[in-house]
Design a binder for this molecule. Structure first.
Ligand code: WQD
Length: 344
């Protein structure tokens, strides 16, 4: 059944891949994006790949009620909302917490108020595995306590709580998806992750080293209590994550109200930094030079999902392998050495 879906932050890394999946499923999209950390070119390519123009763009900020109203008013009634728009850099959130509370929490509040006004109370929210803080028992289940240790994670947990309260107050249906570490790109190499400046995250850093744009990878610490001493994360292919959003929305639309759900979205299989480097080398035939340096402040030794609830409730599990994550991320990097900004 074709739905009309409002997607905030639809031009970003996860948003653009989700737009592609939903367009391919025949849905009609309204994207609200201010292009703060994204490019309209991503949406052009998404439509080209999907062979669909069922996408209306409203350029604006999610904190601006009139922009959100414009998105709701741009066509027929909206069946559900997927809310990606937000900031996600842990270090930046420590330096500028008010910005994070404004964009992530106030932005979600403005969006939820607009949803009330327009009578649309079905929402998929982008949450984070960092909600668990520095856990000691694995794998992580959704009923384990949240203990966010930086403003980025604190704002995501605050929004989860706001949404849970809405579900207690009226006929809302909400799914908070706690993402682990999404990586890779669409296999076409046409859309992918486009970090500004020096990448913070492991995968884009590796692909830039492979491309010769950076000299070597710095591995942040080899003295963690893990088998090879490097940090462990649960990396998943961004296309698997995008598909999880489609399933979550469809699931919500079939539930009676009120309904609230929190789901881990990961593979359940943690990989160390060295395992990722080796996997990338095996998938591409390239060598990634690296040096081991000090731990990065704020990093935790290990994060690993128990993905069972998503499997049981949504019938979703991550299908794509590390090899595919590496191959597709590398194809995107090679085809787009400067991301969406064109050749340098
Ligand atoms: C992974 C591992 C690093 C870079 C994720 C999201 C992030 C944020 C929080 C999302 C760690 C190591 C990394 C490098 C390295 N928001 N590393 N050298 O820290 O799990 O962050 O959660 O919710 O956006 O990505 O991911 O990719 O930065 O690091 O050795 O140059 O790689 O120490 O062990 P992280 P990451």
């Amino acid at each position: 059944m074709s739905r009309r879906v409002l997607i905030t932050g639809g031009a970003g890394f996860i948003g653009s891949h989700t737009c592609l999946v939903l367009l391919e499923q025949g849905h009609e999209l309204v994207v609200l994006d201010n292009f703060d950390n994204s490019s309209p070119e991503a949406l052009r390519r998404v439509q080209e790949l999907a062979g669909s123009t069922q996408l209306t763009l409203v350029e604006g900020d999610v904190r601006d009620a009139s922009a959100v109203d414009k998105a709701f008013g741009s066509g027929g009634a909206v069946d559900g909302v997927i809310h990606f728009a937000g900031l996600k850099a842990v270090g930046e959130s420590v330096g500028n917490p008010l910005l994070y509370w404004d964009v992530n929490v106030n932005g979600s509040r403005v969006l939820a108020a607009a949803m009330e006004r327009h009578g649309c109370r079905t929402l998929v929210f982008s949450s984070t595995s960092t909600a668990y803080g520095e856990p000691e028992t694995f794998p992580l289940r959704e009923d384990m306590p949240t203990a966010p240790v930086h403003p980025y994670a604190q704002t995501k947990v605050a929004v989860e709580q706001m949404l849970a309260a809405l579900c207690r107050s009226g006929p809302w249906r909400v799914a908070s998806l706690r993402y682990f570490n999404p990586v890779g790109a669409h296999p076409s190499g046409q859309i992918g992750e486009d970090p500004m400046g020096i990448p913070n995250n492991l995968f884009p850093f590796i692909t830039q080293v492979a491309a010769g744009r950076r000299e070597q990878l710095r591995i942040f610490g080899q003295d963690y209590p893990t088998p090879d001493g490097t940090g462990i994360r649960d990396y998943l292919h961004v296309m698997d994550l995008a598909e999880a959003h489609g399933k979550a929305l469809e699931h919500l639309l079939q539930q009676p109200t009120p309904y609230s759900l929190t789901l881990n979205i990961g593979t359940g299989r943690g990989l160390s930094v060295l395992e990722v480097v080796q996997g990338f080398e095996a998938a591409t035939g390239l060598t990634i030079p690296y040096e081991v340096v000090e731990r990065r402040p704020g990093d935790v030794p290990r994060l690993e999902a128990c993905p069972q609830t998503a499997q049981i409730v949504l019938g979703w599990s991550a299908r794509r392998t590390l090899e595919e994550m590496c191959r597709d991320g590398w194809a995107w990097q090679q085809a787009n050495p400067s991301g969406y900004r064109g050749p340098t």
